[in-house]
Ligand binder design. Structure first.
Ligand code: APR
Length: 394
């Protein structure tokens, strides 16, 4: 009753869409398989680009973020035993915001449900879509308490249920194209209960494999270690992880790594995919449900927010003004940025992984790509521009 949009998934994409809809008084229901506790504590991404923060702020969704996020202005590359600082803010006047995704999700749940009065059901099971190609689609789900199946009709369905969601499967197979790229490497994704060991993001290109260091908060630091795809986290006990990080991130004059308990250890098989188009009938996909970018260039959360701004605004225009033009152009508008960011991630991936590829030709080319950032002002300017994302407002 009174539900115009069912949003499947309470990640950054779904909650942003829901909050935009609620600000315009549109009735909506968010369905989420996890509990509120889980979505508010699950560590994921953490780098947000300036245009995305402005987009959130314009929609009243960045108050806490603006108080608590850190501004990052530089990154550091380490290779051949040396450190190379790259000050992207000095080149562009722009910076990165670092704010853990679970903090953003916590802010958005509060804003959507507690402030704007949006309906949300956590812990639902077996979500199914019905009649997405029809004028009146529906979503059904099993209630966590009663175990009964409920059906909700709506005008539109927003598929924001991430990489492992169910909504993508409702796009008819003959009408969509799935473009997929496998990088052929794994990344061991680690969260350490340790303060950051550098005042900026550090990328280590080493013959033993890539290593990365990213501050998340004063108490928690994310690290990545390249590993074989399909490797098991069990192969990476505490001692081995820290020895390998010290080796791959070691460079003349680098401060020692602050070690700490590893509170997350997962192997990511590095791959990306894009679903085209991102819509069918009255179903619109947003975020990881439609496209995944391996966490090479920290673009996933930003693309999810870009989709969510366009989808939220487009649904509001359709439902409150009868103007369907933004929804009609939604998929193309999202995909232009998705492909731009995919291409940058692919370019950067080769620079990260070439050195350890075992192929001297790729290793030599990767090193040349890296050195060019520090010898050519034009190459540096282009890298800074793309690393920080687009210039436009969100
Ligand atoms: N029904 C309802 N909810 C579901 C279902 C389902 N069948 N399957 C998954 N979900 C929920 C997940 O529990 C999660 O809370 O959908 C939500 C999807 O959120 P995210 O995975 O965070 O995806 P998205 O909002 O697109 O944000 C993309 O997340 O993975 C990171 O790096 C990525 O930063 C990027 C961001």
């Amino acid at each position: 009753r009174g539900i115009s949009v069912v949003v499947v998934g309470a990640g950054p994409a779904g909650l942003t869409v829901g909050s935009i809809l609620r600000a315009a008084g549109v009735g909506c229901l968010v369905l989420e398989t996890a509990t509120r506790e889980v979505v508010e504590h699950r560590p994921r991404a953490g780098v947000i680009e300036e245009w995305a923060v402005r987009g959130l702020a314009r929609r009243g969704l960045a108050r806490t973020l603006l108080e608590r996020a850190q501004a990052h202005t530089e990154c550091e590359f380490r290779f051949a035993g040396e450190r190379y600082r790259f000050g992207y803010t000095g080149l562009t006047g722009r910076h990165h915001f670092v704010y853990p995704q679970q903090f953003l999700v916590t802010d958005l749940v509060r804003e959507y449900a507690d402030v704007r009065g949006g309906e949300i059901r956590f812990g639902v099971r077996d979500v199914r879509l019905h009649g997405t190609g029809s004028a009146r689609p529906a979503v059904s789900y099993v209630c966590p308490d009663s175990g009964e199946r409920r059906v909700v009709e709506a005008d539109f369905v927003a598929g924001c249920d991430g990489a492992r969601g169910v909504t993508r499967a409702s796009l008819p197979a003959g009408r969509v194209r799935l473009a997929r790229h496998d990088y052929g490497v794994g990344w061991l994704a680690l969260l350490a209960e340790a303060p950051p060991s550098s005042d900026c993001v550090v990328f280590g290109m080493h013959p033993r494999g890539f290593a990365g260091h990213m501050a998340r908060s004063p108490e928690v630091t994310r690290y990545y270690l390249q590993c074989p795809p399909g490797d098991s986290p069990e192969n990476w006990p505490h001692e081995r992880v820290w020895a390998e990080l010290r080796e791959r991130l070691g460079a003349a004059g680098a401060p020692p790594l602050a070690e700490g308990r590893l509170i997350e250890k997962r192997v990511l098989d590095m791959h990306s995919y894009v679903v085209e188009p991102m819509a069918f009938g009255r179903l619109f996909l947003a975020g990881d449900a439609a496209h995944l970018t391996a966490p090479i260039a920290a673009k996933g959360l930003n693309l999810a927010l870009h989709d969510a701004f366009l989808l939220g605004d487009g649904l509001v225009a359709a439902l409150t003004k009868g103007d369907d033009s933004a929804l009609a152009g939604y998929s193309d508008a999202c995909l232009a940025r998705v492909w731009d960011y995919q291409e940058f991630s692919q370019w950067l991936a080769e620079m990260y992984h070439g050195t350890a590829s075992g192929d001297p030709y790729r290793a030599g080319a990767a090193l040349a790509r890296l050195r060019r950032l520090f010898s050519s002002p034009a190459a540096a300017a282009e890298f800074a521009e793309r690393y920080l994302g687009v210039r436009t407002t969100g």
